[in-house]
Write a protein of this length. Structure first.
Length: 50
């Protein structure tokens, strides 16, 4: 995982997932988790992009 991906995963988790996987179930899950709370979105973004 590059430094840019790490920074984007921290600041905008759905964007990081979108850039890696495009529009799909991973992106929707990331949006939902980020809306619930920022930390679950970040954790999921790191999990999906690793």
């Amino acid at each position: 995982m590059s430094i840019l991906t790490i920074v984007i995963s921290i600041l905008l988790p759905p964007l990081a997932v979108f850039l890696k996987h495009g529009l799909g179930s991973e992106f929707l899950i990331s949006i939902i988790l980020t809306l619930i709370g920022w930390l679950p979105g970040v954790i999921y973004a790191f999990y999906v992009n690793s």
